[in-house]
Design a binder for this molecule. Structure first.
Ligand code: CA
Length: 281
């Protein structure tokens, strides 16, 4: 896996953020994924201090430990997953309760599958470095098209209008789902610090939730400004020893809007979690 050799600046960044957060004002209280948007926005008065969240596990489901999770979507009662690695990439429909793969289409070599999003009954799937995405009929998984974009493809989600794409930097691009032209770009910052290596994405109640590669935090982002409004600490979510692989990192966020349920998992994780957020500051 080529990604193992990328430079690690995350620890330095995490220490910087921890330092910033130590200075943040404290307000106690708790919330869940259903109302984080309002709380996140309330932090606007202290622009450099994202709201801090912990978590509570609501339910644990099985997850295919062979799935190198790069995209996760829950819509209309169905869980969809995009997986990566050359020769092992796929698009799947997965049964939530059992983790069984109900439907699967393989992504051919040499493509490395990345984020997925479902919009207008089509599933869009990025590839890492080939600058091409695949479009499938969401019901049949029949491939109905392709599209191109510049740079790398990491995470993908949608606000119901645009495709929203991360590329491993702190930049998030909004693409028109018909022309695939970039309509808007935001730079994600926590205070004055760029938040790089943004990975899997999920649009939740008017905010963008983003995994950060090799980091046990999810950041919540204002899609208008790029400002980090919240930081969810998922440290310890996967029991120690469950996975040995260095690349088996937290990645994969899906929000069930109808049921107000937030799901997270990781690459090669044997478990998928429904969690509730616990506000800590
Ligand atoms: Ca997602």
């Amino acid at each position: 896996m080529l990604r193992m050799f990328k430079p690690r600046l995350i620890l330095i960044f995490a220490l910087s953020v921890a330092s910033l957060q130590c200075n943040a004002g404290a307000n106690s209280g708790s919330t869940n994924a259903g109302n984080t948007s309002g709380n996140g926005n309330s932090a606007g008065n202290t622009a450099s201090a994202p709201v801090k969240y912990g978590y509570e596990i609501v339910h644990i489901y099985p997850h295919d430990p062979g799935a190198f999770t790069q995209g996760l979507v829950f819509i209309n009662g169905k869980l969809y997953e995009g997986t990566g690695e050359q020769g092992r990439s796929s698009l799947r429909e997965v049964e939530l309760q059992t983790g069984h793969v109900l439907k699967k289409v393989d992504v051919p070599e040499p493509y490395f599958g990345e984020g997925i999003a479902l919009l207008n009954n089509k599933i869009y799937q990025l590839t890492w470095q080939h600058q091409v995405g695949f479009i499938y009929n969401a019901d049949s998984f029949e491939q109905v098209g392709k599209f191109n974009y510049s740079g790398e493809g990491w995470g993908l989600t949608t606000d119901g209008h645009s495709l929203i794409l991360s590329d491993g930097t702190n930049r998030i691009r909004f693409l028109d789902p018909d022309s695939f032209q970039v309509t808007k770009t935001i730079a994600v910052v926590d205070g004055n610090l760029p938040v790089n290596e943004l990975n899997e994405l999920e649009y939740v109640n008017g905010e963008i939730y983003a995994n950060i590669w090799h980091d046990e935090h999810i950041v919540t982002i204002d899609p208008q400004t790029g400002r980090v409004t919240g930081r969810i600490d998922l440290t310890g979510l996967l029991p120690p020893g469950d996975v040995q692989d260095e690349e088996a990192v937290l990645n994969g966020i899906a929000y069930d809007e109808a049921g107000k349920r937030l799901f997270v998992t990781g690459k090669l994780w044997p478990r998928l979690f429904e969690i509730k957020l616990k506000r800590q500051s």
